[in-house]
Write a protein that binds this ligand. Structure first.
Ligand code: SF4
Ligand code: SF4
Length: 87
């Protein structure tokens, strides 16, 4: 008999991981004109705090309340549309 496994994707939730607070030193900024809407940042964000907004000028929206500033989204972006900037 086969089993079904749920993907271990974390999701931001108030009171679970908690908000990031003031310790983050860099945050990702999106240059929307360079975004090719590939979804790689959304896929790789370990905090699952990137939303994809279909049909919007801003395809990628980051929830800074929960973003930890790890920079993975910036690293995986093929067009370098996401850059890490100082807080
Ligand atoms: S910096 Fe890290 S936590 Fe923040 S949006 Fe990018 S991948 Fe997610
Ligand atoms: S990885 Fe870069 S190009 Fe792809 S959706 Fe995210 S911001 Fe846009």
């Amino acid at each position: 008999m086969s089993k079904t496994y749920a993907l271990p994707i974390s999701r931001p939730s108030i009171g679970v991981g908690g908000k990031t607070g003031y310790w983050r030193i860099k945050k990702p900024e999106v240059n929307h004109s360079k975004c090719i809407r590939c979804g790689m940042c959304w896929l790789y964000c370990p905090e699952s705090v990137i939303d994809i907004i279909e049909g919007s000028d801003k395809y990628v929206v980051i929830n800074y309340d929960y973003c930890k500033g790890c920079g993975i989204c910036s690293e995986v972006c093929p067009t370098k549309a996401i850059v890490m900037v100082n807080e």
